[in-house]
Design a binder for this molecule. Structure first.
Ligand SMILES: [Zn+2]
Length: 712
């Protein structure tokens, strides 16, 4: 859509056509010039070195040749046409007039001199950036004088925030300070707040204030914590002419491996309301859901309170947050219900942190977030420059991907990775014309988009321009629908529970005793071997959500000194309906009729193996498909069932289970049904994703079989 990979027009380079060293110019004997593809008239088949040489004034004669004069005229006409073309770059890049183009400015990349700061902001303005998020509250410290937070002098006395605001406003850039909220310290430094008030820390279920090296967090139910944070944030908006406040770490720590917050305050408050001590709550029970919702609400109400406090003192201020991009995952993993904040209008835009090196993953992640967000708010997905190559091509691909989706722009993470190359690429491509921010007088922005779309339409000479006009009209409608939603929003919307299945009864973790066999089975897709007679046999009786299955599956287990042997007999009365669509190793075999095996490696990792009914295999360590241990699998058909047989070398688990050893494992089957959701079955129901090690069953290894007295 945006000419990615089309290559240079003036030489045969296949590099992304923004700026590159032209191959033709680099030939021996030619002056090496940086060629800006597209700035040269398209009809020229010559290399840029040749072209620039003809427009040079012949200084020895002091005259411009007629040929040169004609070329200058043509270039001027070209430039005029370009200026009338409303920023439609000759490379095919659109530059919409309304868009969020943000940069997270990490504190260490903010220069230490006034001159340096001003230059950086001017460079950003030159690249079309229109909003910056300078990191000025972090680890419970402020990077400016504060009555509530301990100031950390990062810039040798230079008041960076003052200078940033002054220069940004001169350049037409908005400043939304980036504020860490509940995360306030790390293993090396407890941070500015917890050093003074260690009793304010959120405690894990294990009673510790820090988990897995991930840092210290504040307890969000503590009134003193909430009071201090709101005072500190409103102070920032009162003392400085900031345009907004950008909330980060506005959530709990990751629930895995140790959930928070199990301090006395939270436990007592919850118990007073629900009659249960959170320490006694089992996962996937109704009490667990109540505890989950109760903790989510601590964050929800904080966002509401801070938003109200900020708008009370500065009605024009805009509030935003950096969030985990998948709304459901965000709730379950960090108790961050950001769709709910948007639904209540407590935030004005959201930056989902969709950092990935893969443009495809970026696009699918952002598409999902956008689809669920609808018109509730504006999204400016984060592009993780830290995961991308130094070459800006991939960044441009992700900008391009964002423009195929109903989102309001992008936010670049972060200034430490945003160098001149990136800025030049943005200035020459997608950000070549200045843009205004959609959340600032949205009616005006919708009108601006509509009139720009009309202009594009009247001048449209390419399908790309027509596409862009269509997108701008669609986004103008998005803005209007958003306005209608916000105007109709009278009462606080109540949060609904996350989409999890809470069973009436939690099935206990199953156990199987794995015998040791002396003759291994042949892995050929047939279960006729003698070895399987001696194997342990367990039935998969439940779906992953704990409902009864419709078709039985028998799993057989045995081992010897080298391998764990696993067989599945999958009863299937409709053999001709078995689906096999993937034949590639590590492909999406689970979308077919398939079986999956999960085997614990250690506390943090497990082997994930899968085989579809066609024999295609998949293996990964957790989600890492780069892990390819050697193992064998075969499939076969038998009367009324399909069969999978597996031999997995135990050395891949980093240990050889001895007698009495327990290995956590799960065995699952996916049965594809026509016109219905697949039936996903698990030996130990996981009540959610199969990737739930806490719900894996137990394999008890029996060790060497007792041999009878040897025959004479
Ligand atoms: Zn707490």
């Amino acid at each position: 859509m945006h000419d990615i990979g089309r290559g240079c027009r003036c030489c045969s380079s296949d590099r992304f056509p923004l700026r590159h060293s032209c191959r033709a110019c680099a030939n021996p004997g030619s002056p090496k010039t940086t060629c800006r593809a597209g700035s040269i008239p398209r009809t020229s088949g010559k290399a840029c070195g040749t072209r620039t040489s003809v427009v040079n004034i012949d200084r020895s004669q002091g005259i411009i040749s007629m040929r040169t004069a004609c070329l200058v005229y043509l270039i001027l006409v070209g430039l005029y046409t370009l200026s009338m073309n409303d920023g439609w770059a000759s490379e095919g890049w659109a530059s919409p007039p309304v868009e969020i183009r943000g940069v997270w400015m990490d504190r260490n990349s903010i220069p230490k001199t006034e001159q340096g700061i001003r230059k950086l902001v001017r460079d950003y303005a030159g690249a079309g950036i229109n909003i910056i998020f300078p990191e000025v509250v972090f680890n419970g410290y402020s990077a400016y004088p504060s009555s509530y937070l301990t100031e950390m002098n990062l810039w040798g006395g230079v008041q960076a925030l003052d200078i940033l605001i002054d220069e940004a406003h001169k350049q037409g850039i908005e400043v939304h300070p980036w504020v860490w909220v509940f995360r306030v310290g790390n293993a090396n430094d407890k941070g500015g707040i917890l050093t003074r008030h260690p009793e304010w820390a959120a405690l894990g279920k294990d009673g510790k204030p820090i988990s897995d090296g991930r840092g210290y967090w504040l307890c969000p139910s503590n009134p003193a914590v909430r009071h201090l944070l709101i005072r500190a944030i409103t102070e920032l908006a009162q003392k400085y002419a900031v345009d907004g406040i950008h909330l980060d770490y506005i959530r709990f720590d990751y629930e895995d491996p140790v959930p928070k917050c199990y301090d006395q305050g939270c436990r007592q408050k919850f118990e007073a309301e629900y009659g249960v001590d959170p320490q006694a709550i089992e996962p996937w029970t109704k009490s667990w859901l109540e505890w989950h919702m109760w903790r989510e609400e601590l964050i929800n109400t904080f966002v509401r309170d801070v938003s109200k406090a900020l708008r009370a003192i500065r009605p024009e201020i805009k509030i935003s947050a950096a969030v985990v991009p998948d709304p459901q995952d965000s709730r379950l993993s960090v108790l961050q219900n950001w769709l709910h904040w948007a639904a209540n209008g407590w935030v004005d835009f959201i930056a989902p942190m969709s950092y990935t090196s893969s443009t495809q993953d970026f696009e699918s992640t952002v598409a999902k977030a956008a689809q669920q967000t609808g018109v509730l708010t504006f999204l400016a997905p984060g592009i993780g420059l830290l995961y991308l190559p130094k070459d800006p091509a991939r960044m441009l691909e992700q900008v391009s991907a964002s423009r195929r989706l109903p989102v309001a722009g992008v936010t670049l993470f972060a200034s430490a990775y945003l160098d001149k190359q990136h800025l030049d690429a943005l200035a020459a491509g997608p950000f070549r014309r200045r843009a205004s921010l959609p959340f600032r007088s949205p009616e005006t922005q919708a009108k601006k988009l509509l009139s720009h779309a009309q202009h594009l339409l009247s001048a449209a000479d390419s399908p790309d321009q027509l596409d862009q006009a269509s997108r701008e009209v669609a986004y103008a409608k998005h803005i209007m629908d958003y306005l209608v939603y916000r105007r109709n929003l009278k009462e606080e919307v109540k949060p609904s529970p996350p989409n999890v299945f809470i069973p009436d009864v939690v099935i206990p973790i199953p156990e199987a005793k794995v015998p040791t066999i002396s003759t291994p089975p042949t892995i050929d897709g047939s279960l006729e071997d003698e070895a399987w007679n001696a194997a342990a046999k367990v039935e998969i009786e439940y779906t992953a959500l704990g409902r009864e299955v419709t078709q039985p599956t028998c799993v057989m287990l045995a081992c010897d000194a080298d391998n764990l042997y696993i067989a599945f007999r999958c009863t299937e009365p409709r053999a001709n309906a078995i689906r096999v669509s993937t034949h590639d190793h590590d492909g999406a075999v689970f979308q077919d009729d398939s079986v999956e095996v999960f085997l614990e490696i250690n506390e943090k990792s497990y082997a994930h193996l899968a085989v579809n009914a066609g024999g295609a295999t998949y293996d990964a360590k957790n989600y890492d498909v780069g892990w390819n241990p050697g193992w064998q699998a075969a499939v076969g058909l038998t009367a009324g069932a399909w069969v999978a047989e597996i031999a997995f070398p135990l050395v891949n688990l980093g240990r050889l289970p001895s007698a009495g050893t327990v290995l956590h494992a799960n065995f699952c089957r996916n049965r594809v049904l026509v016109y219905q959701e697949a039936e996903n079955m698990a030996w130990s129901p996981t009540y959610g994703s199969y990737h739930t090690p806490k719900r894996f069953g137990r394999l008890l290894f029996l060790g060497q079989r007792q041999m009878g007295p040897s025959m004479p």
